[in-house]
Design a protein around this ligand. Structure first.
Ligand code: AMP
Length: 502
């Protein structure tokens, strides 16, 4: 049997191929037949380029139906889809292209100049463009291709995608996900969340992240369900579209913003059967306010790029706020103490997981991969959790020094090294502080030379030119010294306490 993920989807597309698969906010409709034909044209284009098998196709484009079709075309050709956050700037893209060595880079038409410079320097053979408005060379070149393509036969362990996740050292690692990893998780979620006939997903998440691409889109594709694609999250627009949807997925920030939106009430949600939250902790206050306002209970789940989804609150049973529910079927999940010994009862421990969903390792980092797996094949997630007496898991912290802001991960080390390179900066510490909207706000604490003449706005401006906006500190504070422990390590807990009122 062909283990290609696209073949699995296609076998479950509705028999009526003229039914709508994607509707966009601009009023465009893409039928299931359109998706098949358009992905075939792109697949034929790639096939004609004579790429080596399992070539990486790196993609940094705005969200659009065509961007999803590009993902499907990549699957169909047996190449490896490598989505990149649209906020990334040249220095970040340079690293990904150097590391992943893609054969093809697809970028927005307006970024062609600098992207092509980087890509050709790093030996990518092809740079193709795709705009959110169907502009660019990808569609122009695909238009001349045949709209029939036989999906390549893939083995279960063949790579389908690489998702880059920043490392604690500040160096991003490419999590390699196979066709079987993605298929097993999509099938599990389809069943666990009771995807059904007539479901319509309101899709407001980005397509470059595990949440919007694999949790949301894969499940809808697998279920043959229509998606309404919003280019980005806008609370008022979501409220307008919700009456036409049955399923909505968001990061906690989406829910905070919806609650702040006039007109968001029980009636606006009455057609929706499932609200899902994940990527960062949903505050109990948000969970409760949402239930009080809408009469609906958000289902919180937990997962990560390396594993897709791991746990979920139940569809039918009690959804418990402040918890991420139970391990999904097929996912083995255990908590271990600092010596790697299993925790008993409701003890707190590092979360380790094993299952068909767990990734195949980090791209070209065998040592790093070996470090993150135990001898018996469990992946060390870096998250710390606790089971309550009824078996619901709570995430109580992160052993990795990670900040999650608006659902995006920010690794302090990366921002610190950019700050430390600025003229006049002696050293820096970057922390996350609680933030009502973003969950956590990136905050920088800086020691600078007395004569540096640096101010908050100058530092923010300097960072904005160098790194993605979501990583730029919301606030910058100046101190004389960073607090350190006896081992010389910066005591970030003290900084978090001191600057928590940001
Ligand atoms: P990413 O790979 O970008 O999806 O980030 C994965 C990380 O997000 C996990 O390792 C967790 O630290 C965090 N995360 C995801 N979902 C949740 C959740 N529901 N509650 C708390 N943390 C979460």
């Amino acid at each position: 049997m062909n283990a290609n993920l696209y073949a699995l989807f296609a076998a479950r597309f509705p028999s009526d191929r003229s039914a709508c698969c994607i509707e966009t906010a601009s009023g465009a409709f893409y039928s299931w037949g359109d998706i098949e034909r358009a992905s075939a044209r792109m697949a034929n284009l790639f096939a004609g380029l004579g790429l080596p098998p399992a070539s990486r196709i790196a993609v940094q484009v705005e969200k659009s139906a065509e961007a999803l079709i590009l993902y499907l075309a990549t699957l169909r050709t047996g190449h490896v889809y490598l989505p990149l956050n649209t906020a990334y700037r040249a220095a970040e893209i340079d690293y990904f292209i150097e590391n992943a060595e893609p054969a093809v880079v697809v970028c927005a038409p307006e970024n062609f100049g600098w992207t092509a410079q980087i890509a050709f320097k790093r030996s990518a053979a092809h740079v193709i463009t795709l705009g959110a408005d169907r502009s660019g060379s990808l569609l122009a070149r695909a238009a001349a291709q045949s709209d029939a393509f036989e999906t390549v036969a893939s083995a279960p362990d063949d790579l389908a995608a690489i998702l880059y996740t920043s490392g604690t050292t500040g160096r991003s690692k490419g999590a390699m996900l196979s066709h079987a990893n993605l298929a097993s998780n999509a099938l599990t979620l389809q069943k666990y969340w009771h995807w059904q006939d007539g479901d319509v997903l309101l899709h407001a998440l980005p397509l470059f992240h595990v949440h919007g691409l694999f949790v949301a889109s894969n499940a809808a594709l697998l279920n043959g369900s229509k998606m309404i694609f919003l280019a980005r999250f806008d609370a008022a627009e979501v409220v307008r579209y919700l009456p036409r949807a049955t399923v909505f997925m968001g990061v906690p920030t989406f829910y905070v913003r919806l609650l702040a939106e006039a007109g968001f009430d029980r009636a606006a949600c009455s057609n929706v059967r499932l609200f899902v939250s994940g990527s960062a902790p949903l505050l109990l206050d948000t969970f409760n306010s949402f239930a009080a306002r809408t009469g609906q209970v958000i289902l919180e789940r937990y997962g990560m790029s390396e594993t897709v989804m791991l746990t979920s609150n139940p569809h039918d049973g009690e959804r418990r706020g402040g918890t991420v529910g139970f391990p999904l079927p097929e996912v083995e999940l255990r908590l271990v103490d600092e010596h790697g010994q299993p925790c008993s009862g409701t003890g707190i421990g590092g979360i380790e997981v094993r299952g068909p969903n767990v990734f195949c390792g980090y791209w070209q980092m065998p040592e790093k991969t070996a470090e993150e797996f135990t001898a018996d094949g469990f992946f060390k997630t870096g998250d710390v959790g606790r089971f309550d007496a009824d078996g619901y898991l709570s995430i109580v912290g992160r052993s990795k020094d990670l900040i999650i802001t608006g659902g995006y991960n920010v690794y302090p080390k990366e921002i610190e090294s950019v700050l430390d390179d600025l003229p006049g900066v002696v050293e820096s510490a970057v922390i996350g502080v609680p933030h009502a909207d973003f969950g956590e706000a990136v905050t920088a604490v800086i020691v600078c030379r007395a004569d540096a003449g640096l101010c908050e706005s100058a530092i923010v401006a300097a960072l904005k030119a160098r790194i993605a906006n979501f990583k730029v500190p919301k606030r910058v504070f100046f101190v004389e010294d960073l607090p350190r422990n006896a081992m010389g390590k910066v005591q970030k807990n003290l900084l978090r306490e001191r600057f928590r009122e940001g």
